[in-house]
Ligand binder design. Structure first.
Ligand code: ADP
Length: 392
C-alpha cells in the first residue's frame, strides 16, 4: 500500500511516499514558499535530487504538482494508487491520545486547538482540506505531536495555577515532539532487547524537549502548554520565572504579542550568545574563545542535565539516554558536555564512539551505568506506520 506522509507548514509541505508495510521510501521532498511567491520544490527519488521553480499558489496546487511529479517519475500510475495520507498535527489537546482517521469532527477539533498551536494547526487544516480536494478517495489520518504524552499522570501535566484555568481554559502540560520521542523510545527498546525500561529521550533540535519514558509510556516531558517550556532552545527561553512577564509588560509597555515574540523568537541561544541560534555557530564561537558563546553553551547544557537528573530521580534510575534531532544527532560537543556532567551518576562516555553525526550508535563506554545512544529520529516513518495501521 502506498502511504503519503505529510508535514505541512503555513507556506511549506514536507512529504515522503512509502510502500507499506515494507517501509520503503519511494520519493521524498519539500515544497517551499507556497502562496507567497517565488515558490520552489526539491524532490529526492532513486538517490537523485531534483530542484524546480514553480508557482505554488496554495497547498492544493502543491499537491497537484506533487502528483504530476509522481506520475512523471513513474512512482504511481494514477491518483488512486495513494490509498492513505498521514498528516502531522502539532496539537491534539485533551482530545487525542492516538492517531485517528480524519472526519469532520476531528477536523473541527484540530481547528479549535489552533489557539494552542497558532502556526501549526491551521496549516495542517489547510493541507488536510487541500489533500481531500486532490485525493478524494484516500483515507486521511492525523498523527498528533502531543498524543504520546497523553499517558502522563495528572501530577505531571497539571500546573499549580487556579484550578479553573485547567477546567475552563484547558491550561495544562501537553508536550510536543511526541512522535519523535515515541520513535526513538521504541528503537531504544529494540536495541536494549526489552520493553520494561526507563528511558530519557532527548529531542534536541532548534526546538528541544526531553521525555521520561517508563516501560514504553511517556510519564513526563519538558514542553508545556506550548513548546516554549523546558529546555533553552535556539530562540526560545524555556523555563523562566513567570512573573518576569507582567514585570516586563509594566516596565516597558510591551503587549502580550511583543512578549510572545521575545520569548519565542528572540531568546535562547540567540539571546545569550548574541550571535546565533544555531549550535554550529555557537561551537565556532567557543573555538574562537567568544565568552558569550561559552556562557550560552554552559546554560544550554545545564538545563539539559537538570531535566535528565529530574527524570532519573522520577523513574528511580535510567537504562538509557537517547539523543536525537539536529543537535542530538550531530553535535558531538553538546553530547560530550551533557554526558560529562552526568559522571556523578556513573555515566561514562566513549569519546571515540561519540565521534559520529547522524548515525545510530551506542556512545557510552561498556562500564557506563547508563547506556547512551544516538538514534536518528524518523517522524515521517512513524506517521506512515500509524496511517498504514488505520488504513489496512
Ligand atoms: P527543527 O527543530 O527545526 O526541526 P532540527 O532538528 O533540524 O530542528 O535541528 C536543527 C539544529 O540542529 C540547527 O539549528 C543546529 O543548531 C543543529 N545542527 C545541525 N547540524 C549540526 C552539526 N553538524 N553540528 C551541530 N549542530 C548542528
Amino acid at each position: 500500500m502506498k502511504v503519503l506522509s505529510v508535514n505541512a507548514g503555513s507556506s511549506s509541505l514536507k512529504f515522503q511516499l512509502y510502500e507499506m508495510p515494507e517501509e520503503k521510501v519511494l520519493i521524498s521532498g519539500l515544497m517551499e514558499r507556497i502562496g507567497i511567491g517565488n515558490s520552489f520544490y526539491t524532490i529526492k527519488i532513486n538517490g537523485k535530487k531534483i530542484k524546480k521553480e514553480k508557482e505554488l499558489d496554495n497547498h492544493a496546487t502543491a499537491f497537484k504538482v506533487l502528483v504530476d511529479e509522481l506520475k512523471e517519475n513513474k512512482v504511481v500510475d494514477s491518483l488512486d494508487d495513494i490509498k492513505a495520507i498521514g498528516n502531522r498535527v502539532a496539537q491534539g489537546g485533551d482530545y487525542f491520545d492516538k492517531s485517528v482517521v480524519i472526519d469532520d469532527d476531528v477536523l473541527d477539533k484540530i481547528n479549535e486547538l489552533s489557539c494552542f498551536a497558532p502556526l501549526h494547526n491551521p496549516a495542517a487544516v489547510v493541507a488536510i482540506k487541500a489533500a481531500k480536494q486532490v485525493f478524494p478517495n484516500a483515507l486521511q489520518t492525523a498523527v498528533f505531536d502531543t498524543a504520546f504524552h497523553k499517558t502522563m499522570p495528572k501530577e505531571n501535566y497539571l500546573y499549580a495555577l487556579p484550578y479553573s484555568w485547567y477546567t475552563d481554559y484547558k491550561v495544562r502540560r501537553y508536550g510536543a515532539h511526541g512522535t519523535s520521542h515515541k520513535y526513538v523510545a521504541q528503537r531504544a527498546n529494540e536495541l536494549l532487547g526489552r520493553n520494561d525500561t526507563k528511558l530519557i529521550t532527548c529531542h534536541i533540535g532548534n526546538g528541544a524537549s526531553i521525555s521520561a519514558v517508563l516501560n514504553g509510556k511517556c510519564i513526563n516531558t519538558s514542553m508545556g502548554l506550548t513548546p516554549n517550556a523546558g529546555l533553552i532552545m535556539g530562540t526560545r527561553c524555556g523555563d523562566i520565572d513567570a512573573s518576569i512577564i507582567p514585570y516586563m509588560m509594566e516596565k516597558t509597555g510591551m503587549s502580550a504579542k511583543d512578549i510572545d515574540k521575545a520569548i519565542n523568537k528572540e531568546s535562547g541561544l540567540l539571546a545569550i550568545s548574541r550571535k546565533s541560534s544555531d549550535s554550529r555557530d555557537i561551537e565556532d564561537g567557543i573555538a574562537q574563545g567568544d565568552e558569550n558563546c561559552i556562557l550560552a553553551q554552559k546554560m544550554y547544557v545545564r538545563r539539559i542535565t537538570d531535566y535528565i537528573a529530574k527524570y532519573y530521580v522520577e523513574m528511580q534510575g535510567c537504562d538509557a539516554i537517547v539523543f536525537t534531532a539536529g543537535i542530538g544527532e550531530k553535535s558531538i560537543d553538546t553530547r560530550r558536555d551533557v554526558l560529562n556532567e552526568l559522571k556523578v551518576l556513573g555515566v561514562k562516555l566513549d569519546n571515540e564512539a561519540n565521534n559520529v553525526k547522524g548515525e545510530e550508535r551506542l556512545i557510552s563506554a561498556p562500564d557506563s551505568s547508563i547506556k547512551c545512544y544516538v538514534i536518528p529520529t524518523d517522524e515521517e516513518l512513524m506517521i506512515a506506520r500509524d496511517t498504514y495501521e488505520l488504513a489496512k
